[in-house]
Design a protein around this ligand. Structure first.
Ligand code: NAD
Ligand code: ZN
Length: 356
């Protein structure tokens, strides 16, 4: 069976394209007494970006904090806040920020039209009703969250996305000017998320020409950005690398690095980009060429990763990490094939975590 997946129907790309957001929203303002909700990373509080938002009438500015990656409890609280603000469902949700903020915007727009808690929908295709119209405006590049059909959330008993066709944004606006101001370390970690998506997709057993075509272009762009000369098109390249990397994994899968990093993240709260970098550095046996090149990128940008994260951890926590990682069956199947359980045993997984 071939997957028949939806993609984002509308895209604007280019420096300064944010100026067109007002025009894009105009035709979506359909409800009398309606309003838009701008979900924006609170790193931009009182910064020029807030002043550039095309807010009108009853529009709501919802500043969100991403010190912790999105939790289901946070989504539920934001949805309650919007419902308390108005009996009317908003005409649109506009997410401005990185992968965390974009996932919040996706999850909020879904939950405004679906009953219960966002935790009820962690999984595949559980969502019943389509989302409120939602728009992504990324301000950091790499995760591919702008084009993926998932909103990754940490819930009461698992870290798992709300995966559905309805999760996809209706519109994305890729304005490389918005990447200015990202701290260097964060730029690197989120960019490496993209590079690792490409390595895991291209080296996986699920690879096919569709994923290869996007993955190869994406990894070339990552090489230009992280190993080439610093040029004025860096932001443009990284935004397109992120988009293509996301398209590549849409029709394949990520692999060992993402599976293990979910273990770190679930037990220690390690953020996605840095968690992938920490993990990838121990995977030379699985991705020898990718890890070698990744280390060249780290050297060039003088990045040093935290070590000894699992030092002194009790057995129960380590065990939970191993279980979390090994529960991600499709990722291991993609990485190691159908015999993966005999290759990535609990013991081998534990040893890897102990080295981190
Ligand atoms: P992020 O959204 O967590 O942001 C990282 C940091 O950068 C934050 O402190 C943020 O405030 C700051 N920041 C963002 N833009 C900035 C700017 N222009 N200037 C200054 N600071 C800025 O980072 P991320 O790496 O983009 O996203 C990670 C999240 O994405 C995780 O929650 C992960 O689970 C999720 N993710 C989702 C998908 C998906 O397909 N949905 C894929 C990969 C990762
Ligand atoms: Zn990732």
């Amino acid at each position: 069976m071939y997957r028949n997946f939806a993609i984002v129907p509308r895209i604007i790309f280019g420096r300064g394209s944010l100026n067109q957001l007002g025009d894009v929203l105009k035709e979506k303002r359909v409800t009398d007494g309606g309003y838009m909700v701008f979900v924006i990373d609170d790193v931009f509080t009182d910064k020029p970006l807030e002043g550039r938002l095309p807010m009108e009438g009853k529009d709501l500015l919802l500043r969100v904090n991403v010190a912790d990656e999105p939790k289901t409890t946070y989504i539920d609280a934001l949805v309650a806040q919007i419902r308390a603000y108005s009996d009317v469902t908003p005409d649109g949700i506009i997410g401005l920020g990185g992968g965390s903020t974009l996932d919040i915007a996706k999850a909020v727009s879904l939950m405004l039209n679906n009953p219960g808690s966002s935790a009820d929908y962690q999984g595949w295709d559980i969502i019943q009703n389509r989302a409120v119209y939602h728009v992504a405006v990324p301000t950091i590049a790499g995760t591919g969250a702008e084009i993926s059909r998932t909103a990754i959330l940490t819930g009461p008993d698992k870290k798992l996305g709300i995966n559905s066709d309805y999760t996809l944004f209706d519109q994305i606006m890729l304005d490389p000017d918005l990447l200015a101001g990202v701290p260097k370390e964060q730029w690197f970690y989120t960019g490496m998320d993209c590079y690792i998506h490409d390595v895991e997709s291209l080296n996986g057993t699920f690879i096919n020409q569709f994923s290869k075509s996007y993955g190869e272009k994406s990894i070339d762009l990552c090489r230009e950005v992280f190993l080439g000369e610093n040029d004025s098109a860096q932001g443009d390249k990284l935004m397109m690398a992120s988009y293509f990397g996301g398209m590549s994994i849409a029709y394949s899968q990520v692999g060992a690095c993402h599976a293990l990093s979910y273990g770190l993240s679930y037990v220690l709260g390690t953020h996605h980009g840095i968690g992938c970098c920490i993990t990838f550095d121990y995977l030379d046996e699985i991705y020898p060429a990718g890890v070698k090149e990744f280390r060249q990128m780290m050297d060039k940008h003088e990045i040093s990763l935290p070590r000894n994260l699992t030092k002194g951890m009790d057995d129960a926590s380590l065990d939970l990490m191993v279980t979390t990682a090994l529960n991600l069956v499709p990722l291991w199947e993609n990485c190691l094939g159908s015999d993966w359980k005999n290759i990535m045993t609990r013991e081998r997984t534990l040893e890897l975590f102990k080295r981190m």
